[in-house]
Design a protein around this ligand. Sequence first.
Ligand code: NI
Length: 461
Amino acid sequence: MKKDNKRKRRARLIDIGFLSVIGILSVIAVLLVMDTFSSSTSASPNKITHKKPDVPKAEVVVRSTDSNFPGIKIVTETTDDTTKPFTIQYPQSEFEEFNREITDYIEKVKTDYQAVETGSANATHNQLSIFFDTLHHSSGNYSLVLHTTTSTSNKDSITEIRTFHIDPITGIELTMADVVDRNAEKLKRVAKVVRDHIYQDPALQETLIADSVWQPTEPTWMNYRNFALTDDTLILYYGTGVITKRQAGPIQVEVPLEKVNSLLSKKFQVQTAVAGPEKKVALTFDDGPDPHFTKKVLETLQKYNVKATFFMLGNRVEEYPNIAKMVAEAGHEIGNHSWNHPPLTGLTDEELHDEVRATEDIILQATGQRATVFRPPYGAVNQQVRESSKLPVVLWNVDTLDWQHLDPEKLLENIEADVKSDSIVLMHDIHKSTAEGLDAVLEFLQSQGYSFVTVSEMENY
Ligand code: NI
């Protein structure tokens, strides 16, 4: 909220700046035209001159002021060039190498902008503006977030975000590799958190290009070089048109630090005052809804005030839409488990697409809610299956084998034997034995101090 206001205020200031610059420049332009016109006519009235009037080279005014952040100066560049006007602000420090990285970037942006052919088109369409935000972390690091917007008469306006990092006392520059201890495995897990955020952000859903989320969030250092770090948030920036459709602009994914705390280098970790780790378990029920046993399962969950996740089959939702609706209305999470329960890895692209999409549609239609997670039948998954849905794939790590033994007591025994914190327990709400055995399971887990979460609330799945 606060940041938004600041940005708006800055945008307004820039607007006023532009207006007055353009005003002054138009006056100068008019004077210049009048001057060349009168001199050429008076000097040689009989000759038509082909000599171009001498246009003075555009002058660039550079100013440097202190920012609110010690050690960081704001450099402002403006020009009286009316065909390719720009207003640029960028940070500088006391460290030459860092300063050069920034100015190299600025020069490149300017050169690209100047190189765009705009012909005789109306120059008022041309604009380059660069401004930056400074975000501070208590370790001393500043994240300097440069927003570059280029518009020219023959191209859409494009905004790009680039980040730079420096500790203004030591001159040490921070990279994402430093943030996660140069550990590629940890970057992978950060990438997973980022993807979940993208998939679960309702504001993004409209503009998301489903097929292109995977690649730009692939855990490479290059994909994660544009970031900002504060004491409670890790923000990742992705370019225009990379994840969302172009008009949506660049996106930023704000990850609360506690969600990635264990992945961070010690000095960036949030110190939490929690007495001990909370034991969590996620219960999942597959292959429903079922007209008899899903209801019974819901009653038992209600008795213990437990929320669970139901991975539904499209054809069952079609047959029992009211049961699906009951599950949603009771506040449980709903997942997509395909339409007909085939091993999805054996399907053609088209068949796969139908299995996933038709199920998404029927779930929305029956419950008024979207599925938020995806579990391929038999856990059969490959890259193609993963990419068939925008939703995160969730498997399990405790298998009760309830479909095999059909024994309420075995259900409890298997869970007792295998459950630990962060377990995702696989059951099926289509068996009488499971519906009957659930009460004892919940009693046991509660007595062991477990709290119950949906799979989306589980940090690592
Ligand atoms: Ni299944």
